[in-house]
Design a protein around this ligand. Structure first.
Ligand code: C5P
Length: 303
């Protein structure tokens, strides 16, 4: 719930930050700025998601961050991307004297390849813009987001899109909400820069395998693949066994999510996704989250 201050302004805004699921990833040249050219098809998914709450506080001025929930390996203080997003927005809007408290309730694990930090940053930008009635349009917010991280633009735009450039160039695609996926989390995490570095060291391989797309995605791209998969499996050798076990448990092919370590199983139409997730989770003894594509990356005003 939002609260109105006596001045009529919102004193508190909540936003849901959805995970980003990379359904295909082709990596290209290493650029002078240290990033790789890429082309990826990504969708926002319902779960796991984080909830961001921003509050206007009289003092101290500037941004304070409180983390709740699954905070393992999540950067704290101003190294956290959401805190940096808040700070950049306040500076850009000429409001850096304002006090903003940021409470991040984490469910998206760090190091899973689900864009959790970027999702939090995008939700923070949208929530603070609303709370302080900042007069910046979506294009300016996208530009600000792109400077913060390669995935923030997608998380701001949300839905389904091709990502190009270093990831910040977004072209929306027409895919329906409600497409079902399982997201399986192995008991170990991966660092994105380490996986990209391993991909360079391996001689920049193309994906060694692909998995058939399901539902509406199949019309757009029949086969899904991820060029980073061999690199991620080289960095974390337990990952290949995890995938083999997951595919056996799910009786369906699985694909690495972004730079890992989560794996995604596209769910064939007509399955009860909750029951399917419970069964696979029981067999694997790891968290397996049922998820569905959603039309936005950030939803304002949710609990
Ligand atoms: O932009 P972001 O901070 O999310 O990127 C994290 C790291 O992932 C970068 O520092 C870089 O090592 C790697 N990366 C890359 N090429 C991209 C996106 C990310 O090499 N297009």
């Amino acid at each position: 719930m939002n609260e109105l201050t006596t001045a009529g302004r919102l004193g508190r805004v909540r936003a849901t930050a959805y995970s980003k699921l990379t359904l295909s990833l082709q990596v290209g040249a290493l650029r002078d700025d240290g990033f790789h050219e890429l082309e990826a098809l990504a969708v926002s998914i319902s779960d796991p998601h984080d909830v961001i709450e921003v509050r206007a506080v009289p003092h101290p001025g500037g941004v304070t961050l409180k983390m709740r929930g699954e905070t393992d390996d999540v950067p704290t203080g101003m190294t956290n991307l959401a805190a940096r997003a808040a700070d950049e927005l306040l500076v850009r809007a000429g409001r850096s004297g304002h006090g903003v408290e940021l409470i991040v309730r984490k469910k998206i694990p760090s190091g899973a390849g689900l864009g959790g930090g970027s999702a939090d940053a995008a939700a923070t930008l949208v929530a603070i813009r609303r709370m302080l009635e900042i007069d910046l349009d979506d294009a300016t917010l996208l530009e600000l987001g792109a400077k913060l991280g390669s995935d923030v633009s997608f998380c701001l735009a949300g839905g389904a899109a091709w990502m190009r450039g270093r990831g910040e160039r977004i072209e929306a695609v027409d895919l329906p909400a409600g497409m079902p996926f399982l997201v399986a989390l192995p008991p170990f995490r991966l660092s994105t820069p380490t996986v990209y570095r391993a991909w360079d060291d391996l001689g920049r391989p193309r994906a060694a395998r692909s998995v058939p797309a399901t539902g509406a995605v199949a019309a757009l791209l029949p086969e899904l693949s991820n060029d980073l998969e061999p690199a991620a499996e080289a960095v974390e050798p337990r990952l290949a066994q995890f995938r083999t076990d997951l595919e056996a448990a799910a009786e369906a092919p699985a694909l690495l999510a972004g730079s890992g370590s989560a794996y995604v199983v596209p769910v064939p139409d007509g399955r009860d996704v909750d029951a399917y997730a419970r069964r696979v989770s029981g067999r694997m003894r790891v968290p397996v989250t049922p998820a569905a594509s959603v039309s936005r990356g950030v939803r304002l005003g949710s609990g």
